[in-house]
Design a protein around this ligand. Structure first.
Ligand code: SF4
Ligand code: SF4
Length: 441
């Protein structure tokens, strides 16, 4: 079968997945203290539902809000709340967090369940909300909202591309938990009223393709689509184009073309919530990079300090040049290893200077490589330069807000210009300008 892909831009980039792709997932014992941030998602932060001194069970809801775009948070261990205070997050910002001292008993709070085929779409959404499930591929968008699309949807696409270098947590989950993935996909289809589910997997994961195909069997509504190994194949618009040949218009959501896209880990968490009453309090994180002694995929409780995760993998060889949270193309540098693991953290990468390469912002030589690789058909050299010089409205007029921040332009640039960094700054600047103009009106 010919592997499918998107038609414009993109590039083959080094995979660097060998260190972890064939190793089974291992579990890290929970630490003595976990730090549960009250915002682990796009949207409004939660308010604490517990007080210092309270006893909580693993899986118990400890933060929630009545704001529409949000998702509750849960205790990841049983024990006593010792503090509710500001704690540092991976990117250096701060957030109110619930600190729990682990009593080592893992006493579980289990949510009621019933067979998915007896659940209505609304009751699936409610259960997903109560379990605090958010997009675990990095976006962190509350999943119960995604399961209530604004337009009719006929297709659910599971994003098994995992196109970022180093990351293999979704790959391992597809191999080791194919049944949960397939059943989670069916639950998503039921929630959104879609008649077909497509699991898109890049061709460099033949064992995952086989495991998922075996699990699907002859189910008529489900299929695996093999995707070309090409970055950013896992970006939502590129995945939809490859899988069903539909183009999401600028500024619109996948529902506009009848699709809902879910990450692999998210679909598995939905299955766990619906069938076992398990809230979102743990996840699998890829710990890799040339500076890590023993790279692995680790199942870890939410709230575990990043340092404990790195230590579990043997620590680092010398001082890494940079530690990244997520994939190297889109993930932010880690500002503090005291920061906790959160629901949407797919990887911790400790990279050597050799892996990172030069980073020196030389002048543009007008080679157009950034233009050729851009999967959105943009002119990143122009967008970067205009944003860098504060000319936000001009940048917006040539597609600034269509940039999906894949980072490929910066990666491809021989002058190592910080194009995507400038573009992100430009987006923030343009939004601030518009908000100020709106306020002035
Ligand atoms: S980061 Fe934006 S501008 Fe750069 S290649 Fe990706 S989509 Fe294009
Ligand atoms: S790839 Fe870099 S050097 Fe080449 S045109 Fe784009 S910004 Fe300029």
């Amino acid at each position: 079968m010919i592997a499918k892909t998107f038609p414009r831009g993109g590039s083959e980039i080094p995979h660097r997945k060998e260190a972890t792709e064939h190793k089974p997932i291992v579990t890290l014992a929970p630490p003595q203290f976990v730090v549960i941030p009250l915002r682990q998602h796009i949207g409004a932060p939660c308010k604490p539902l517990v007080a210092v001194g309270d006893y909580v069970k693993m899986g118990q809801k400890i933060g929630d809000t009545d704001q529409f775009v949000s998702a509750p948070v849960h205790a990841s261990v049983s024990g006593t709340v010792t503090a509710i205070e500001e704690r540092v997050l991976l990117n250096g910002s701060k957030c109110l967090a619930v600190v729990i001292e682990n009593d080592g008993k893992d006493e579980r709070h289990v949510y009621p369940t019933k067979p998915v085929d007896k659940m209505s779409a609304e009751s699936i959404r409610q259960a997903v909300r109560e379990a605090g499930i958010v997009g675990m591929g990095g976006a962190g968008f509350p999943t119960h909202i995604k399961l209530n699309p604004p337009k009719p949807v006929d297709t659910v696409i599971i994003n098994g591309a995992e196109c970022e270098p180093y990351l293999t947590c979704d790959h391992r989950l597809m191999v080791e938990q194919a049944e949960a993935l397939v059943e989670g996909t069916k639950a998503i289809m039921k929630a959104v009223g879609a008649e077909r589910g497509i699991l898109g997997i890049e061709a460099n994961k033949p064992d995952a393709i086989e495991a998922v195909r075996d699990m699907i069997g002859d189910a008529p509504s489900l299929s695996v689509t093999v995707l070309q190994v090409r970055y950013p194949q896992g970006a939502e618009k590129q995945l939809i184009k490859a899988a069903v040949n539909r183009e999401v218009p600028s500024g619109k959501l996948p529902a506009e073309v009848g699709c809902v896209v879910s990450n692999v880990h998210t679909a598995i968490s939905i299955y766990e919530a619906l069938t076992k009453g398990i809230a979102s309090y743990e996840r699998v994180v890829t710990v890799s990079g040339g500076a890590v002694v023993d790279p692995r995929n680790v199942r870890v409780r939410i709230g575990t300090p990043l340092q404990a995760l790195l230590d579990f993998c043997g620590g680092t060889l010398g001082e890494p040049a940079v530690i990244v949270g997520g994939g190297p193309m889109t993930g932010p540098p880690v500002a503090s290893l005291e920061a906790p693991v959160v629901k949407n953290l797919s990887g911790i990468l400790a990279l050597t200077a050799e892996e990172v390469g030069f980073d020196e912002n030389r002048p543009c030589i007008r080679c157009a490589r950034c233009v050729n690789v851009c999967p959105m058909g943009l002119t990143p050299n122009m967008l970067g330069a205009l944003s860098h010089h504060g000319r936000f409205s001009q940048a917006a007029s040539i597609g600034l807000m269509d940039c999906i921040e894949c980072g490929l332009c910066s990666f491809a640039c021989p002058s190592k210009r910080a194009l995507v960094t400038w573009i992100k700054e430009g987006k923030a600047g343009w939004q601030a300008e518009r908000a100020a103009a709106q306020a002035a009106k």
